[in-house]
Design a protein around this ligand. Structure first.
Ligand code: GLU
Length: 461
């Protein structure tokens, strides 16, 4: 089996593209076959080195390794031109000066469903530069055999003679793709459904060359949870955005693999090895798949915790360095480990960590609403009582803080939240944090009392 991923490097790798790359990769690795990466760089303005690097970078991050060097489509241009010439020589193609208006006039005359035949506009000579090159569509039918969608038959009479090269001889997409796939010995073309309408044209090229076409699989588009085509509006829509938002590549691979693949629902944790074993393109649904970031988040949280506290601490430390919080954690390895330990159940991406636990390192955040609600005059006596209790504790640990403060709640006859929330806001500056006893113990007695004093001073003011 030889498969390929053939992106046009126009910017970030969309998650739909990443899914196509992944399915190809899974098929290659399962079969012991070859995964070719072909960069379709014929649009030279958009195919900048940076855009190419973005695609490679996204694939590397996902750990989808390709075999051999990336193949640049522009390096095959001479071959494409030679095939165009061969098809002209064999009279399987012709040069035509037909304009869009000519095509319209033809349809007006013959009926809208009748494929355009440009014979009347064919230039007498095959001289270069006179008219675009069109392929002659033969009589008969063209069958697209698709592993996801089954067979679709197109009657050739409805197909326009496709343009395969511009007047200057430069090849067009449908010609270039078919030749490159053929030359690379590609056995299965797995790509997005947006290419479905191109496939019959590519099959005509194979037929003109007398070549056996590959099998095809067109993957349904990705929709957001609202059933509309996936876009930025739904959150992260590219691999780069997912990485920046703090997802782990293994969780992304797991989630993308299961999207619309009938073997498991999209919340199952399946290792890469298991995916390679079990993946079956024939079981991919032909209905649009729903990319739901909340499910990915949930799955990502499980992958995060599966790293264990030490592994997760290292992952988070790396992310904090990269996102500009490196200074705040220098020399505070133990606090970071504790912070990770007490936050892990509440975070789903590494990005969630700092907003939740950053206060342990940098002091309370500034959440006026939380302060107004929980550090008001009404709660002040409770916070003072908390201070007294904590300052007289013999040992300052999660268990001792927990026990003493619960006893205090009972003694005061107060609601737990009216005692715990003022403490939480004093420590964190806001009402969402890791466990309040755990947070106090992580900060230690001195810092805890210092923050309570500051809060009491602030709320009294
Ligand atoms: N270069 C095309 C694209 O990025 C894909 C071509 C193909 O997979 O056949 O949309």
């Amino acid at each position: 089996m030889r498969v390929r991923f053939a992106p046009s490097p126009t910017g970030a790798l969309h998650v739909g593209g990443a899914r196509a790359a992944l399915y190809n990769w899974l098929m290659a690795r399962q079969s012991g076959g070859t995964f070719v990466l072909r960069i379709e760089d014929t649009d030279r303005e958009r195919s900048t080195p940076e855009n190419i690097e973005q695609i490679l970078d996204a694939l590397r991050w996902l750990d989808l390794d390709w075999d051999g060097e990336p193949d640049l489509q522009t390096t095959h241009e001479q071959r494409h031109r030679a095939v165009v010439q061969q098809l002209l020589d064999e009279d399987k193609a012709y040069r035509s000066t037909a304009t869009a208006d000519d095509v319209r006039a033809y349809k007006d005359e013959h009926g809208a469903g009748v494929g355009f035949r440009g014979a009347e506009h064919a230039t007498r000579s095959h001289e270069e530069g006179v008219g675009a090159v069109r392929l002659r569509v033969p009589e008969g039918e063209t069958v697209v055999r698709d592993l996801v969608r089954g067979d679709t038959t197109f009657q050739n009479v409805h197909m326009d003679d496709p343009v395969i090269a511009r007047a200057d001889g430069s090849p067009l997409y449908n010609l270039a793709v078919a030749i490159d796939d053929h030359d690379a010995g590609i056995t299965h073309v797995v790509r997005g459904e947006d290419h479905l309408s191109n496939t019959p044209k590519q099959l005509l090229v194979y037929a003109a060359l007398g070549a056996e076409p590959p099998a095809f699989a067109h993957l349904p588009l990705l929709h957001g949870p609202d059933g509309k085509k996936l876009s930025k509006r739904h959150g992260a829509a590219s691999v780069q955005e997912l990485r920046d938002a703090g997802y782990l590549p293994d969780a992304v691979v797991n989630y993308l693999a299961l999207l619309g693949w009938g073997d498991a629902d999209d919340e199952t944790e399946i290792s890469r090895g298991e995916l390679v074993k079990r993946f079956d393109i024939g079981r991919v649904s032909k209905n649009p798949a729903r990319f739901d970031e909340t499910k990915l988040k949930w799955l990502n949280g499980r992958y995060l915790r599966a790293q264990g506290v030490d592994g997760l601490t290292a992952t988070i430390a790396g992310h904090l360095q990269a996102s500009g919080h490196g200074d705040a954690i220098i020399g505070r390895d133990e606090l970071l480990r504790t912070a990770v330990e007490i936050s892990q159940e509440k975070i789903q991406t590494v990005d969630d960590f700092w907003p939740l636990a950053g206060f342990l390192f940098t002091g309370p955040v500034d959440d006026e609403k939380a302060r107004d609600k929980w550090l008001d005059a009404g709660h002040q006596p409770n916070l003072e009582a908390v201070r007294d209790t904590l300052s007289s504790l013999e040992e300052f640990s999660v268990a001792s803080v927990d026990g003493a403060l619960r006893a205090l709640v009972a003694e005061l006859g107060a609601k737990a939240k009216d005692v715990f929330q003022p403490l939480r806001v004093a420590l964190a500056g806001t009402a969402v944090s890791p466990g309040v006893f755990e947070s106090a113990a992580a900060l230690g007695r001195d810092e805890t009392l210092r923050r309570i004093d500051a809060a009491l001073a602030g709320s009294a003011a």
